[in-house]
Design a protein around this ligand. Sequence first.
Ligand SMILES: *[C@@H]1O[C@H](CO)[C@@H](O)[C@H](O)[C@H]1NC(C)=O
Ligand SMILES: *[C@@H]1O[C@H](CO)[C@@H](O)[C@H](O)[C@H]1NC(C)=O
Ligand SMILES: *[C@@H]1O[C@H](CO)[C@@H](O)[C@H](O)[C@H]1NC(C)=O
Ligand SMILES: *[C@@H]1O[C@H](CO)[C@@H](O)[C@H](O)[C@H]1NC(C)=O
Length: 401
Amino acid sequence: MRELRSICLGILLVLGAFRLTISHEDQPLSKIAIHKAVFALDDNAYIKASPSILGMKGQNSDWLTVEYNSPNPSVGDWIGVFSPSNFSSSTCPAENPRVYPPLLCSAPIKFQYANYSSPQYKSTGKGSLKLQLINQRSDFSFVLFTNGLLNPKVVAVSNKVTFTNPNAPVYPRLAQGKVWNEMTVTWTSGYGINEAEPFVEWGPKGGDRTYSPAGTLTFGRGSMCGAPARTVGWRDPGYIHTGFLRELWPNAMYTYKLGHRLFNGTYIWSSEYQFKASPYPGQDSLQQVIIFGDMGKDEADGSNEYNNFQRGSLNTTRQLIQDLKNIDIVFHIGDICYANGYISQWDQFTAQIEPIASTVPYMIASGNHERDWPGTGSFYGNMDSGGECGTPRTMACSDFV
Ligand SMILES: *[C@@H]1O[C@H](CO)[C@@H](O)[C@H](O)[C@H]1NC(C)=O
Ligand SMILES: *[C@@H]1O[C@H](CO)[C@@H](O)[C@H](O)[C@H]1NC(C)=O
Ligand SMILES: *[C@@H]1O[C@H](CO)[C@@H](O)[C@H](O)[C@H]1NC(C)=O
Ligand SMILES: *[C@@H]1O[C@H](CO)[C@@H](O)[C@H](O)[C@H]1NC(C)=O
């Protein structure tokens, strides 16, 4: 058997401030009145993005450069990143209460001011921006807006950019199962059950492989309780798969890969990940537990920035990744990513925590920013979930409550 480490039980608590219920910071994207955007295309303006294919080495996050030029630059000019790229104004749901066309029905997935890394933009009209994108099932386009965030005008629209396989299985997150020797793995892909069979290939490190089937869930716009989740913040969540890895040997190292078998026989694979199985019940062992709430997300390229909103979440994430060897399980006890009704942010959050959640169980619970919405049975009847009312957080992980 593996060595039993006879060390007294120690618990390392990293406690964030337990202020789950009183923060009212806005989602940065909510600062954009996208529903008021009008088209004012200018033939002498341009915006272009390169490269147009991302993830050539199979990676699910990549950098690109956006270059733009406007004959009438002004201080409030900004760049919006849209995904899918065809962010057309043609299909605004009737329930959108703010209807005065023309209007855009989808918020960008992120944005940045045109002068961010080009301070001379205001005088020259020329600028460029480095952005990091993650694979989130669709292509991207970049739009140069003028006239600020509150009355935006579309000046130019870029070429389209895509990852090599937008549907690829991505961002695995582990959760301790209902019994001690079970681990669940949840991930996201663009493959529904009519296209492919999802499964996990796994086994003890260096040993035989086992194949376990996975379930597939998704949710629609109609299961959102209000705006912006049901209006400009809506984005197709893709498919969320969960597989169950059972009868794990205590303390053993396992490796796993996510797979999809397309019905024409082709296999699509993720990269390989690993985790350590839990100790057996009562085992004399040191278990180091991290517990926090309120982490949020942020963009490494500096976009979506508003009043230093959640900058620190990148520091926290980086620190956890550095300490991963000394962490056995993480509890993120609510207020997970503050998507607040902008569904695209959930993908970005699962990408941010991937190095942690793919390696140790990442257990979550709902906070007010995932759950609260008037008249939906939430403990507080306020609007902190931005209309999500608890559904999109299934994109993050399995629950522990
Ligand atoms: C860049 O644009 C923002 C937003 O309009 C503005 O607040 C800021 O002062 C500008 N920075 C420079 C260097 O012009
Ligand atoms: C964008 O393209 C997708 C895929 O081709 C299509 O399903 C969708 O209806 C289009 N959306 C709009 C608003 O045109
Ligand atoms: C199966 O379908 C995928 C996706 O459409 C395609 O890339 C692949 O080449 C197909 N494989 C075969 C053997 O036809
Ligand atoms: C957080 O990270 C940023 C960027 O690396 C760094 O400048 C800043 O000092 C860090 N903040 C803290 C509190 O460590």
